[in-house]
Design a protein around this ligand. Sequence first.
Ligand code: PMP
Ligand code: GLN
Length: 387
Amino acid sequence: MTNSSAVVGPSKLPRVGTTIFTVMSQLAAEHEALNLSQGFPDFDGPEALRERVTHHLNHGHNQYAPMTGVPALRAAIATKIEALYGCRTDADAEVTVTSGATEALFCAIQAVVRPGDEVIVFDPAYDSYEPAVELAGGRCIRLRLPAPDYRPDWNAVADALGAKTRLIILNSPHNPTGSVLTAADLDALEMLLADHPALLLADEVYEHIIFDGAEHQSLLRRPSLAERAFVVSSFGKTYHVTGWKIGYCVAPPPLASEFRKVHQYVTFASITPVQFALADFLAEHPEHHLELPAFYQAKRDRFCALLEGSRFGLRPAAGTYFQLLDYSAISDEQDVDLARRLTIDHRIASIPVSVFYRDPPGDSVLRFCFAKDDATLVRAAEVLCAI
Ligand code: PMP
Ligand code: GLN
């Protein structure tokens, strides 16, 4: 074996290894553990949607899609956004279909972050943000969301905003904590940015997975924020089809135009038959997403009720399909060690939350995905209650 650093020279991402999602899903598979680690449903997306994919596969929609996305899908996205958030968007100039939200986040960051720029992110932060910023030559300023509520401290953001701040990355509903931004948070952000030119990147992939009657506070609701924002979402979450890797970015024309310069050389275009199928499904079932809050809230509540007899503590979860469990009454192990041991010894896989921090607070919490059939949740709770 050759010494890899002798071949490639110093790594461009020296702090990056294999993602925790890959590590934990592989460990779960090796040990035949229940996999509540990586976030994906163990049930299928709507049959009518899958039927439309088969239809378009068999009716000649198998060559390159337009670079920005199939027009009917972009139009359907614009219609949905206007109905939901009261934001009129030009589907041709402002909506770009991407190969998952991951691609959209990467392209947005590459499009605007320059060497020496600072990007504000909130810890615990989804793992794809910082590597993308570093590849662009920027630097993340990581502000902490304090447990157990994990709400942004806008005074800390005000202190961090400076001449080098190029971008602020927001994620609501928030992975991994399940916290959500409120209208008051957006008020605070509007005030802060009134005299600062920072751009915004809003990761809103869980926009429809929000509980207890709360409304998702998309940046698209606020013209003064939307005019400087890339807003990203994912059909993978909304339609329970994470493996399709299809999402989109909405941005005002000057930002969309820079975004597309990158997108056209990252993937060029996204999978054609799936785009046609999504356009049909959005037109035929515009109400589908209305079911999601109740659907996933029932799963959250079921999982939490099943865990009542356990020694795990429940952190509040206002959105996403993740539940944080506090294990301080059970063990003083590091979360990475415990997640590994639970997978191997108890055959249940979770995600250690410390990996989403630059400086982990030493909090004893693990993340469990409850986007699972009831039978899976019952089996998982049986295991967890016995620990
Ligand atoms: N952002 C967040 C917060 C996520 O949890 C995920 C994935 N689960 C993504 C982005 C990526 O979405 P996609 O699978 O569509 O690339
Ligand atoms: N977003 C998913 C999660 O948080 C994982 C996506 C991935 O594996 N990259 O679990």
